[in-house]
Design a protein around this ligand. Structure first.
Ligand code: SF4
Length: 317
């Protein structure tokens, strides 16, 4: 696929995008003997995807929701209003995952590199993470960014394993038991990694390690809201509380990018203060999540060094 292809498709009308999504799902089912399921997070994107699959492809299209224990209560309650949604759970509890593997801070790649460096068994592997390697385009890849090297000496672990334990493993087990394959409501616009993946594989992936369909790849956030309003479909009430991020409540991935703003932890503390306090006191190596986030430079709602915010909670409504 090419960048120009994406731009053309992103400029299509909503009807063209719906047709494209239906066609993508049908092409995926045709190649997998009809073995698809909607990976349903309860967020607005997968809500739209599930609606399209059940309205235009097949009634009662199977859907799966993974209750990591880290979901907004509004999301869990919303998911329960749907028929035919299987609810799966991770084997490990969140505090045990954090204690054993480390906190999900910065982003998946960097936290993985830091974990791999700290636990490397050879100098060669340490060097690989410290200095990276040169790819075929002459670029250095796989390296711990200079900005995050101070975390190599942190008195706690950071890790990407949280996602593996709380999400990947339960979905993997479900797929193994049922033979079903995931249809996922992510959009290319959300991240550079998703854009690069789309350039390689398009909206359906049959060649990579994980066979999966991404039929909303070319959609934009505005399309999602247009679809919700046009078809008057239900969506989680969490959005009407001012929350536009519905993933795991306490995830620290990407939170450093929200500096100086009303960030996800402000929002969590505002909407669910008890959950906020609970998560902040989870530990790794005797260090709380609160301390680890502050060590990383994140200003929390109850941080001592927090300046008086000019944000008015009333602005949310
Ligand atoms: S999104 Fe964040 S908090 Fe949720 S499972 Fe993945 S790493 Fe953990």
């Amino acid at each position: 696929m090419k960048y120009e292809d994406l731009k053309i498709r992103q400029s299509w009308t909503l009807e063209q995008k719906i047709d494209h999504t239906v066609g993508t799902i049908e092409a995926f089912l045709a190649k997998t003997d009809g073995k698809g399921y909607i990976s349903f997070s309860g967020g607005k994107d997968s809500t739209v995807l599930l609606d399209i699959a059940r309205k235009f492809v097949r009634q009662g299209f199977p859907a799966v929701f993974c209750n990591t224990g880290n979901e907004f209560p509004e999301i869990v309650q919303f998911v329960r209003t749907f028929d035919d949604v299987s609810i799966i759970k991770p084997k490990m509890r969140i505090p045990d995952v954090l204690e054993k593997y480390g906190f999900p801070i910065i982003n998946k790649e960097q936290s993985q590199y830091i974990r791999e460096y700290k636990h490397a068994l050879s100098e060669k592997n340490k060097d690989k993470r410290l200095n990276g390697k040169i790819n075929k385009n002459g670029r250095v890849i796989g390296k711990i960014s200079d900005k995050w090297k101070f975390l190599l000496n942190a008195p706690f672990e950071v890790s990407e394993q949280c996602c593996n334990k709380l999400k990947k493993e339960p979905f993997g087990m479900f797929e193994k038991e049922t033979g079903l394959l995931p249809i996922i409501g992510t959009m290319v616009d959300e991240s550079l990694v998703r854009f690069q993946k789309w350039l390689k594989q398009g909206c359906n992936s049959f060649d990579s390690k994980r066979i999966a369909s991404y039929p909303l790849s070319i959609w934009k956030e505005a399309d999602i809201w247009t679809y919700i309003r046009k078809f008057n479909i239900k969506y989680s009430p969490i959005y009407d509380k001012g929350c536009n991020r519905t993933g795991c409540m306490f995830c620290g991935f990407g939170c450093h990018l929200e500096k100086g703003m009303f960030n996800r932890f402000d929002m969590l503390n505002h909407i669910h203060p008890k959950a906020y306090q609970l998560f902040m006191n989870y530990t790794n190596s005797g260090i709380t999540y609160r301390e680890a986030l502050e060590y990383t430079g994140i200003i929390l709602p109850d941080s001592k060094n927090r300046q008086q915010t000019i944000f008015n909670y009333g602005d949310l409504y």
